[in-house]
Design a protein around this ligand. Structure first.
Ligand code: HXC
Length: 260
């Protein structure tokens, strides 16, 4: 598959998807979102890939938001469809049955912050900057920001971020719980790749089911969520990976998981 707006590289079990429009700080237009969508389908079907890293091309930006020039031409109905497209694609990332790490290398504003929030784990460079500047444009966040931010940080803090359109340094984002780790720019990708390799060595179906349990559980009350966890625990017992993992432990050897 050839892409115009993204790069998709695979290094063994780790795939790296780079949003590749550096001239506009990797802003997201409909074509870019559609390419991310197609890449998610490809990755979901590729059993050799176990972990995905998403990052931005160039020194400056992860993603500086939805493409404002593109949005300036939209009618209200087209704007609603654009919002829905982004929401659909970001939900696909959130539900990809593999771990997804956002390597936030620079500006993660608006749709860029929303993209990072749709990933499972966020790691930032010291140069990264986060924010939801939409209200400054007379818009609202439309790729899930009003919902995922309130789930990631407390609702009062989420409203402050959304209402003020303030831009936050990586350390502040980490303090708020938006980001797990902050690293010097030159160490960001190697740190993410090393974390990805550690995850890739674990039981892939177990990681996928853990992701499902966490994601679905967040939308349930505790009793239902615990029942869901127990169901998935039973399901994981049907896998060859479970037999391999336990056998490897009992025989003091390294497990060789096949995602089966
Ligand atoms: C289109 C963008 C862009 C964007 C930057 N560019 N962000 N183009 N959409 N979101 C373009 C600029 O127009 C410029 O093009 C080039 O990238 C470099 O950007 P500069 O502004 O010259 O860089 P700098 O002065 O360093 O400022 C960086 C910045 C600023 C602070 C990140 O670019 C900025 O504020 N960008 C917009 C951020 C934003 O408001 N994002 C939220 C969008 S709304 P030229 O041709 O001049 O070189 C959103 C809604 C999501 O995301 C939901 C939709 C449904």
């Amino acid at each position: 598959m050839t892409w115009n707006n993204i790069l998709l590289e695979k290094e063994g079990p780790v795939a790296v998807l780079t949003i590749n429009r550096p001239k506009v700080l990797n802003a997201l237009n409909a074509e870019t979102l559609s390419e991310i969508d197609a890449a998610m389908d490809e990755l979901a079907a590729d059993n050799t890939v176990r972990v995905l890293i998403i990052t931005g091309a160039g020194e400056k930006a992860f993603v500086a938001g939805a493409d404002i020039a593109f949005m300036s031409r939209l009618t209200p109905l087209e704007a609603r469809n654009f919002s829905r497209l982004g929401q659909k694609v970001f939900s696909k990332i959130e539900n990809l049955p593999k771990a997804v790490i956002a390597a936030v290398n620079g500006f993660a504003l608006g749709g860029g912050c929303e993209l990072a929030m749709a990933c499972d784990i966020r790691v930032a460079s010291e140069k990264a900057k986060f924010g939801q500047p939409e209200v400054g444009l007379g818009l609202i966040a439309g790729f899930g920001g009003t919902q995922r931010l309130t789930r990631l940080v407390n609702p009062g803090l989420a409203k402050e971020i959304l209402f003020t359109a303030d831009v936050y340094k990586a350390e502040d984002a980490a303090r708020m719980g938006l980001v797990n780790h902050v690293l010097p720019a030159e160490e960001l990708l190697s740190f993410c790749k090393e974390m990805a390799s550690r995850i890739a060595a674990r039981g892939p179906l177990a990681v996928a089911m853990t992701k499902e349990a966490v994601n679905n559980g967040l939308e349930m009350d505790l009793e239902k969520a615990l029942a869901h966890e127990a169901d998935l625990f039973g399901l994981v017992f049907t896998t060859a990976d479970r037999r391999e993992g336990i056998d490897a432990f009992l025989n003091k050897r390294k497990a060789d998981f096949k995602a089966e």
